[in-house]
Ligand binder design. Structure first.
Ligand code: TXA
Ligand code: MG
Length: 324
């Protein structure tokens, strides 16, 4: 973890309107003061992100929510109570003074209380909310280690706090509670079943596809190497046929694979797999192979978040896993 002096430097940078690399339990964020228009502009500039894409506002404590959201429904209070601090973002009607740049001009704002101790320490010592998208350039793989952020931005982001590997490894679950019925906009570590246990049935088929909602752009999480997502029962054969054709490919699988292909075993449970996923995609991308061949996880609710990220990563490449 970081020494106190490093945290002081980070806070001084935030006061100057700069953006810093901040670890959270999901992925690293590129964080700046959510009330400072210059800081927010800087975040968009660094990421190369379209201006109408809203940012998530990170709070130290759940009760800060009142300064950011209005007409907060009971479902939101229950979810915040149950899952904050933690990997859940709530979309709520915004207070009028929230910067348009943060909300993408929408009438709603995304809020979350992260659980990573370093994020919490920075937020509570700084005493103000931080707008933080994932600390990657627009459309690239989210960072799950401080080094990923340094690789992504170099000297342009001089302060990257090192909080180790992100425990969750994929971005927060996003639930829109601004309308009449809650909707899941982005699946994550907190599953539909867990959400429903807290607030009752969430409309099914409700993963939204509005242009401004989470990760709805093609190739949102893609490495530069083409990706093939292959059903589990066809996986070994596909690797063999690539090998026979003399193609240099790398594999990402759930369990060790027989056969001599470079690869990474991401894990047999959804949580282990999510934890390993982005680091694995970065490492496989760096091999500069012709393709990354990925064994599609089962089409079951517990794998929804991992499958969502894999599908996005595979956009533009043959995609023949189940459920496509
Ligand atoms: O786990 C996470 O959520 C990480 C860490 C750093 O907290 N952050 C993250 O931020 O993934 P970002 O900006 O990469 O993704 C946030 C997503 C975007 O796709 C954005 O469109 C959506 O949240 N979002 C934010 N505010 C929204 C709003 N008011 N309505 C709909 N979607 C919103
Ligand atoms: Mg992102």
């Amino acid at each position: 973890m970081e020494p106190a002096s490093r945290i002081d430097e980070a806070i001084a940078a935030l006061r100057r309107g700069e953006a810093i690399g901040l670890p959270t339990e999901t992925v690293y964020g590129l964080a700046g003061d959510a009330r400072d228009p210059d800081a927010v502009r800087r975040i968009f500039e660094l990421k190369g992100r379209p201006a109408d894409h809203p940012l998530i506002v990170h709070l130290a404590e759940a009760h800060w929510l009142e300064r950011w959201a209005r007409d907060v429904p009971t479902a939101a209070v229950v979810l915040a109570d149950e899952f904050w601090p933690g990997p859940l973002t709530l979309i709520l009607k915004r207070q009028p003074d929230v910067l348009d740049a943060v909300t993408g001009g929408q009438d709603t704002v995304g809020l979350r209380v992260p659980s990573h101790p370093l994020a919490r320490e920075v937020l509570s010592r700084y005493g103000r909310a931080l707008a933080a998208p994932s600390a990657n350039r627009y459309g690239r793989v989210s960072p799950t280690a401080a080094q990923h952020v340094r690789d992504e931005f170099g000297d342009a982001v001089p302060i990257v706090l090192d909080g180790g590997d992100c425990a969750v490894g994929i971005e927060s679950t996003i639930v829109d509670v601004s309308g009449d019925t809650p909707r899941i906009l982005r699946p994550g570590r907190i599953t539909r079943a867990e959400l429903e246990a807290a607030i009752g049935t969430i409309e099914s088929g409700a993963v939204a596809a509005s242009p401004r909602s989470a990760g709805s752009h093609a190739a949102h999480y893609a490495p530069s190497t083409p990706i093939e997502l292959v059903a589990s029962d066809a996986f070994a054969n596909r690797l063999a046929s690539h090998r026979d054709a003399g193609r240099r490919v790398a594999a990402l699988s759930r369990a060790p694979q027989p056969g001599a292909v470079e690869g990474i075993v991401a894990g047999t449970t959804p949580d282990d797999y999510a934890h390993a996923l982005y680091g694995a995609l970065r490492a496989l991308d760096a091999l500069a192979v012709e393709r990354i061949v990925i064994e599609a996880p089962p089409n079951t609710p517990d794998w929804a978040a991992v499958r969502d990220r894999l599908m996005r990563a595979a956009v533009g490449a043959p995609l023949d896993g189940p459920g496509t």
